[in-house]
Design a binder for this molecule. Structure first.
Ligand SMILES: Nc1ncnc2c1ncn2[C@@H]1O[C@H](COP(=O)(O)OP(=O)(O)O)[C@@H](O)[C@H]1O
Ligand SMILES: [Mg+2]
Length: 343
């Protein structure tokens, strides 16, 4: 457990201690490699070198290009068929503006259009996924805040959306307070995991849209999910900060959720005319190997317009490059998850 409850501590002290502990953990932990994190059961063979030697930059960067991108292994049937259950994924990157919410909303919508029963959980106090699906935040009786802080059943906060097969647990501004309110609460890292316990059997996919930080809300997501999906914006310094994210994943693996894996890495706002975009792609492949989705999300104005109409792009403009690419991503995800998810 990275941070335990201490009797008699006030919220400010507990929060400061939590930050010190995380800082110390990062200082002690060198940059992480995928091998350290363990490979999920998908059979994806990630062979690559890492820059975990002393004195090397913290940003993930492999010295030599080693990864060969052969045909992706197709899903093999699970050795002993466990009962099928939802695949629960967190869309995470502590940087803001990299396409987490755009991916959460549009991937969830596309999975639903492909008739996969999907639940989107908005875990960002900004509530952009909530408004992006046309939910009126002012009219909500309960939200993810009530689930986390009030320990209300998940069911009480689930809302339908305009897309059959897609439901959402919305977020409101209350959630800004949750991080502070939960700091001194018992089992604070497990609130989302507890809420999901036994509640995901109606779904094939559960996606959690995370806030742009590695605070308690993101730690709750990492504790609750099977794996993370990391969007990377094809921009300068795209991979900066990823070692910190992977460090947090490792801490959570050690203490809170040993089964946590990396589902995939998604390149967003990709402009194929730019050398920079291709460089980011190459670096991502060097570092994450086959974890990088074949599908890349292009920069597409329809994707940025759709949220102001409260619609996923697939409803707003089904023929746009944005809609086509998120549909392709949904297909790729379904294919990769096939051994583990019903349907
Ligand atoms: N592929 C894309 N093409 C064009 N605009 C995009 C794309 N992806 C995201 N955006 C826009 O970039 C901004 C940040 O995206 P968002 O998904 O909110 O990032 P995050 O959730 O990581 O903060 C938003 O205004 C969004 O509409
Ligand atoms: Mg967001």
């Amino acid at each position: 457990m990275i941070h335990e409850e201490r009797a008699g501590e006030n919220v400010g002290e507990a929060r400061a201690r939590l930050e010190r502990e995380l800082e110390r953990a990062f200082a002690e932990d060198p940059p992480v490699s995928l091998d350290d994190l363990g490979r999920p059961a998908s059979g994806a063979d990630v062979s690559r070198e890492t820059s975990s030697r002393e004195g090397e930059p913290a940003a993930p960067r492999a010295p030599k290009r080693k990864t060969k991108r052969g045909p992706r292994k197709t899903a093999e049937p699970a050795p002993e068929a466990k009962p099928a259950r939802a695949r629960v994924l967190a869309i995470v990157n502590q940087k803001g503006g990299v396409g987490k919410t755009t991916t959460a909303v549009n991937l969830a919508a596309c999975l639903a259009v492909a008739e996969r029963r999907t639940l989107l959980i908005d875990l960002d106090p900004q509530g952009n996924a909530t408004s992006g699906l046309g939910i009126d935040k002012g009219a909500l009786e309960s939200s993810v805040y009530d689930v986390l802080v009030g320990e209300q059943p998940l069911r009480s906060a689930i809302r339908p959306t305009a897309i059959p097969y897609l439901e959402i647990v919305p977020a409101t501004v209350d959630l800004f307070g949750a991080e502070i309110e939960l700091v001194s609460a018992i089992g604070r890292e497990h609130r989302l995991a507890n809420a999901l316990e036994g509640q995901t059997t109606d779904y094939q996919y559960v996606l959690v849209d995370c806030p742009p930080s590695l605070g308690l809300l993101t730690v709750n997501a990492l504790t609750a999910v099977d794996a993370v999906l990391i969007p990377i914006q094809c921009e300068y310094y795209a991979l900066e900060g990823l070692s910190q994210l992977l460090g947090t994943i490792r801490i959570v693996q050690k203490s809170l959720n040993p089964g946590l894996g990396i589902e995939g890495v998604l390149l967003t706002m990709y402009d194929q005319r730019l050398n920079l975009a291709r460089q980011v792609q190459e670096e991502a492949v060097e570092y994450f190997g086959e974890k990088v989705y074949d599908t890349v999300i292009p920069r597409n104005v329809r994707l940025s317009e759709a949220p102001s109409f409260g619609q996923p792009v697939i409803l707003y403009d089904i023929l746009s490059a944005g809609a086509v690419s998120y549909m392709k991503l949904a297909e790729e995800l379904i294919e990769r998850c096939r051994p583990r998810v019903r349907g």
